[in-house]
Design a protein around this ligand. Sequence first.
Ligand SMILES: Cc1cc2nc3c(=O)[nH]c(=O)nc-3n(C[C@H](O)[C@H](O)[C@H](O)COP(=O)(O)OP(=O)(O)OC[C@H]3O[C@@H](n4cnc5c(N)ncnc54)[C@H](O)[C@@H]3O)c2cc1C
Length: 491
Amino acid sequence: MDIDIAIIGSGFGGLGAAIQLRRKGFTEFLIFDQADDIGGTWRDNTYPGCACDVTSNLYSFSFALNPGWTETFSGHREIWRYLAGCVDRFGLRPHLRLGHEIQEAAWDGYQRKWLLTTNRGTFKARILIAATGPLSQPSIPDIPGLKSFNGKVFHSAQWDHGHDLTGRDVAVIGTGASAVQFVPRIQPRVNRLRLFQRTPGWCVPQVTRKRTRAEHWLSTHVPGWLRLNRTLLYWSYESMGVGFMYPRINRIAQRVAERNLRRQVPDPRLRAKLKPNYTLGCKRVLRSNAYWPAVTQPNVDLITSGIKEIRPQGILDADGTEHPVDTIILGTGFHVTDSPVTQRILGRDHLKLSEAWTPTMRAYRGTTVSGFPNLFFLLGPNTGLGHTSVVIMLESQLKQVIRTLEHMRRNGMETVEPTAEAQRRDSAEVDRKMDGTVWTAGGCHSWYLDSTGRNSTLWPGFATTFRLRLQTFRPNDYLFQKEDSRELAKR
Ligand SMILES: Cc1cc2nc3c(=O)[nH]c(=O)nc-3n(C[C@H](O)[C@H](O)[C@H](O)COP(=O)(O)OP(=O)(O)OC[C@H]3O[C@@H](n4cnc5c(N)ncnc54)[C@H](O)[C@@H]3O)c2cc1C
């Protein structure tokens, strides 16, 4: 089947792209998702306590504000309902192709089309928008003996709700953003909780509460109130970005977390194990009022020596102690800098995106890649954030995509890709800005860094700087091919 635009992914990225394309008159598109439902992150992550950690009114589309949020930081179900509501509100259902896994997307330079192989047949598309998510492929650690374990094992993004944890001996491997949300929820139910921590994280207080009736009333009855609230939230989150760019400032914020730790963890030995030795922000900042208190409970053991191997009945730590458990929950994060989907995208001369991104991911403005015509990658390299909502970044990228497509439509261009020089220049500027930020100078090794030690995931600045940067469209930075020409040319 021949289509104009193929979108891979039905999370915030894919749905946002579809909404904006329709608005601008690009109506011939399909949204493919390997799963049988829409929602991406918010369909897959259903663990107890799963919620956004950026306020809902900012962690949503600016063009689809939601007066109905019931909580300040909404749970996964409510966010999923919001996305499903967007599908209906913007008439996207007929465009959905769920249960369609893209097994390969290969650029055919002769036809000037992307050839998509799915588990349900093949498709051809002029434009490919990959919204496959930076945190969508669970990372399963390669721990010796994991396969020999006799009990239940699952990743936090594939929570097994049929497996009742009441009275069980549970091991949690990993203490990142997901574990911080589910540990306080499961701790009261389990018999023993063994928490395997590699590196501790800074945890700052977060006020999660129901929105008041007054807030609901204002949101629904006072025109502009919701937008004003979002604007205030936008700038208050943006102001927190300063500390990430100038780590000295984050050391001040760190004192709040230190005070929190002292108050919530009275035992000095436990406190020492939980206290990070790097600057706040270097690794993802954890937000919870309940995590550290949960770790102090008598049925919790914090194990920091490392894991030597997993045995059929338990976990052997590096000190030689075996911890008997019947359930292992992997809070071990995602493939971020080595996403398997990049092995399935083949550009000019059949170059795999994974190869183009070895040893490090680079793109022009985080969105287009030299050698990959008519491909737009949402939340691509250096578009993540440590301090505010990535939906802001997505929306900036979408504006860039639409501008490029409009330019092509106006000028009869059939293909587009950034020049190698523009990509190199753009990427060098990102690296320059990254220098001296908390991610490079904060004294930690985080999942933001790839195997070369380069931070290829985060944007080293304010979301506003990214927005401004993407507001300009520079035709000279691209190579275009006219509909009737076989030559690559600027403009
Ligand atoms: C638990 C959790 C909490 C988070 N909280 C926040 C937060 O508070 N604030 C924030 O800014 N960010 C947060 N994030 C980051 C989050 O990933 C992004 O905010 C956002 O949801 C990404 O949307 P996306 O559409 O790009 O990707 P996703 O939502 O991951 O969607 C990608 C989609 O692509 C599909 N897909 C992938 N490969 C294929 C294929 N080969 N064929 C077909 N379909 C495919 C997947 O099935 C999936 O549906 C959180 C992430 C997690 C995991």
